[in-house]
Design a protein around this ligand. Structure first.
Ligand SMILES: [Zn+2]
Length: 498
């Protein structure tokens, strides 16, 4: 990308760009962080001191949002070794050995953590000696997929002062205890990992996230911004246990946070009312094949009371509801409270409830990749009813405002993976599409991944992503891994552009 020398970057011209689906070359002028003019290439009036970046016919779209992220968990996961593919204890040890070989400065004294091993099908067995032989004396702890078992080496056993037998394994309570210890990292370490993961997301076109990390997010993000975080915008969610504190501090959803450098705002009030599909705790109208209908963790009356407090204090509720029973309860409460808001996940919805999303003006915050991760679980647990599972098309057609996300770390903070899942209902893995009648068009998926209904408009913040192809025209495989040349937040390059 050739460019003229940059002076002060309050004025920026993006020259020779295209809008997806259109062929005309345009220039976009940015002034003080906002789109100030859009016009035919080479024909906008000169803005003195404006830096010009020639984008060479690339495609510009509004920057992408991930509407449901657990940012700290995502950053921690990105710094843990993935052992989910290990077919034996020996293979797991080999994965650890090669990961350690790639560590800078031996991991800066931190314990090396691996996750996701499944030893049930292994022909060999884990042992202290096997892991010691792969780890050069660095402390290493490996967590099983279900988190009920930790495999550690001698250095980790001595660091955490736990006694292990030659198997190197801890199970149940000692495993849970050690897992909690492993999560206690200095803020500076976690914040540095968050900066790296955020930068990687910016490189995929992300300009903002809604962070639902389960903590008092205000101070966490103030600290990160003070230390230089500037990769994207953050709407920092609040949980019910902190609602009084938030109200007392004068906070309300959408309010810019003091010390947030214009990037951080108070997010929605997150309320969980049921569990999940894979644990069969999503609250359903009909019983699971194994019995039970899942768990409603907050009663309808309690939910109504919370939504009333949210309404009276300016918080937008974001109600986690996965099962069709939970969605029914959430819709009832929104109707009774007379407040708009969001339902997070909306994975399974009664047929008669779709229209209520539109009538109540609700946002369905959905994670399209989960449909593909959980298609087998849905087929077995919601057999005969999956035509209303992960129902993106039904929600949109019923007037819901769709907002796409990942629920990272449950799925990757990767907007193109999410949009690809939404538009094809399959991965490029040979398995056919799952309920393709629930797919979105690419235009709809892009709109649901941006704020401002998917259009670049004069007067809006210059939150933009620059793509190497036309997202409405490239083949599915390219769309799923879309090359992103540059990303801007308020007219500032957060990726590319130099
Ligand atoms: Zn979540």
């Amino acid at each position: 990308m050739p460019q003229s020398p940059a002076a002060d970057v309050t004025a920026l011209r993006l020259a020779s760009v295209r809008i997806p689906g259109e062929s005309a070359l345009l220039d976009i002028q940015v002034l003080d962080g906002e789109v100030s003019r859009i016009g035919p290439a080479g024909q906008l009036p000169v803005v003195p001191g404006s830096r010009e970046v020639d984008l060479d016919g690339r495609y510009v779209i509004p920057g992408l949002w991930d509407e449901h992220v657990h940012m700290t968990q995502w950053a921690l996961g990105a710094n843990r070794i993935d052992l989910s593919g290990a077919a034996s204890a020996g293979e797991a040890a080999d994965v650890v050995r090669s990961s350690i070989a790639r560590l800078d400065d031996d991991g800066a004294g931190l314990t090396v953590v691996g996750v996701g091993f499944r030893d049930a099908g292994w022909a060999d067995v884990p042992s202290l000696a096997l892991l010691d032989g792969a780890t050069r004396g660095l402390p290493v702890a490996l967590l099983s997929h279900d988190l009920h078992c930790v495999w550690l080496n001698s250095a980790a056993a001595s660091r955490y002062e736990v006694a292990v037998d030659p198997s190197g394994l801890l199970r149940e309570d000692p495993a849970f205890h050690l897992t909690r210890e492993l999560g206690k990292l200095p803020d500076a370490v976690v914040d540095a990992w968050v900066r790296e993961s955020a930068q990687a997301a910016a490189a995929r076109g992300i300009v903002g996230i809604v962070d639902f990390e389960m903590t008092w997010n205000r101070d966490v993000w103030r600290r990160r911004v003070a230390e230089g975080f500037d990769s994207f915008r953050v709407d920092a969610g609040v949980y019910p246990q902190d609602l009084d504190r938030a109200i007392g501090a004068g906070m309300r959803t959408g309010q810019p946070l003091d010390g947030g450098n214009g990037l951080v705002r108070v997010g929605p009030l997150k309320v969980l009312i049921d569990g999940s599909l894979n644990t069969r705790t999503a609250y359903c109208v009909d019983p699971y094949p194994h019995g039970g209908r899942g768990l409603l963790t907050v009663s309808e009356a309690e939910l109504l009371e919370l939504l009333g407090r949210a309404r009276d204090s300016g918080f937008v509720p974001a109600v986690h509801a996965i099962g069709d029973g939970a969605n029914e309860v959430a819709l009832n409460a929104f109707a009774a409270a007379g407040i708009r808001g969001r339902i997070e996940h909306a994975q399974f919805v009664r047929r008669q409830d779709f229209a209520r999303f539109g009538e109540l003006g609700l946002t369905a915050s959905v994670q399209p990749a989960h449909a593909l991760d959980d298609r087998d679980a849905a087929d077995s647990n919601w057999a005969g009813r999956t035509d209303r599972a992960f129902p993106l098309r039904s929600l949109l057609d019923a007037g819901a405002i769709l907002a796409l996300g990942s629920d990272a770390p449950v799925a990757a903070l990767e907007p193109w993976t999410a949009m690809s899942a939404a538009t094809t209902r399959t991965r490029q893995d040979g398995r056919g599409p799952w309920h393709p009648e629930q797919a979105l068009t690419r235009e709809e998926a892009l709109t649901a991944s941006t704020r401002g209904r998917g259009r670049i408009r004069v007067g809006n913040p210059a939150d933009l992503a620059v793509l190497d192809g036309d997202p409405l025209a490239v083949p599915d495989a390219v769309f799923a891994a879309m090359p992103v040349a540059a990303t801007l937040v308020a007219g500032r390059f957060t990726h590319g552009g130099h």
